[in-house]
Design a protein around this ligand. Structure first.
Ligand code: NAP
Length: 286
């Protein structure tokens, strides 16, 4: 099903995106990875090509959404029309809300939400015309219930989820599908691991491989939304918890405190303050 399809994958230079890219290439998709790091993309493409897959990288900063039509033009000139768009690039900055700068608000919303929307807006007409296409948005558990001290990220991910939900309904009579994935904390690599502060035990963690497998599953079975946790049972418990949070937000707040989510994000702010020289992924550029 994925063989020969052109997949535009953002955030491919490191973390979960790398693993998604490798999984897509194993399925014989033609992967076009986008991120700022030329070095990260080259390393990924080499790994995929060494394993017999097809991949190319385009180093691009997604934060200026007015330039994304140039990116799509470059992709189409290099490999052809985009069959599948995976909006995976993400940026997370922990702060008490009043401590964010205006530039930080803009940066998180641009990368996590507006770039995803703009890329979709640019590729959708072609997909509708060709009567085939799939958009996959990598949101987060933070899309379902706000994470304190990570409020802007939560807003961006909730926006991604609701935007995808609305457009999926608009596309009902077309052959274009939209899936949104909501992973919980991911171990082994990615933005959680990079903070150096582990997730609370009660929250459960999943793996980058589980997220990559969910991407493939979402495309193959046209899944509207997938919540990802350690295993199927934990994912169902997580969904039940979100249903409770809908029913009573304050009960949800208490559950989040019991799990340790606000405490985790406060520890991340503190950890960053104590080790200001530690890498700050959001500002990493080659
Ligand atoms: N890790 C988790 O626990 C977790 C949990 C739930 C959801 N998620 C979501 O999963 C996705 C991947 O997360 P991750 O953990 O793999 O994060 P990560 O390791 O921090 O990687 C983020 C990716 O986004 C790219 N990116 C960031 N800003 C960019 C920009 N301005 N222009 C182009 N690319 C940009 C980065 O590449 P460059 O720096 O090279 O530009 C990198 O490839 C994100 O959407 C995240 O919100 C992660």
């Amino acid at each position: 099903m994925l063989a020969g399809k052109v997949v535009l994958l953002t955030g491919a230079s490191r973390g979960i995106g790398r693993v998604i890219a490798q999984k897509l290439a194993e399925e014989q998709a033609i992967v076009v990875g986008v991120a700022r790091s030329q070095h990260g993309l080259e390393a990924l493409c080499q790994t995929i090509q060494d394993a017999g897959g097809k991949a190319t990288g385009i180093a691009w900063d997604l934060s200026d959404i007015h330039l994304l039509s140039d990116l799509i033009a470059q992709v189409e000139a290099q490999v052809g029309a985009v069959d599948i768009l995976i909006n995976n690039a993400g940026l997370e900055i922990y702060r008490a809300f009043q401590d964010y700068s205006a530039a930080e608000l803009q940066a998180v919303l641009n990368v996590n939400l507006l770039a995803a929307m703009e890329l979709a807006r640019l590729v959708l007409p072609g997909m509708i015309q060709r009567q085939s296409g799939h958009l996959v948005n990598i949101a987060s558990n933070a899309a379902k219930k706000g994470h304190p001290f990570d409020s802007v990220y939560s807003a961006s991910k909730a926006g991604l989820l609701m935007w995808g939900d609305a457009v999926r309904q608009e596309l009902r009579h077309t052959d274009v599908a939209i899936s949104t994935l909501c992973p919980g904390y991911v171990e082994q690599c990615g933005m959680l691991v990079d903070t150096g502060v582990p997730a609370p035990q009660l929250a459960g963690t999943s793996t980058p491989e589980a997220v990559a497998a969910a991407v493939i599953h979402a495309i193959q079975y046209n899944q509207a939304e997938i919540v990802i946790n350690k295993d199927v049972v934990s994912a169902h418990i997580t969904k039940l918890m979100f249903a409770l949070c809908q029913f009573s937000p304050r009960l949800g707040d208490a559950i989040y405190r019991a799990i340790g989510i606000p405490q985790l994000n406060q520890r991340r702010i503190e950890h960053r303050r104590q080790s200001p020289r530690s890498p700050q992924p959001e500002f990493v550029k080659d």
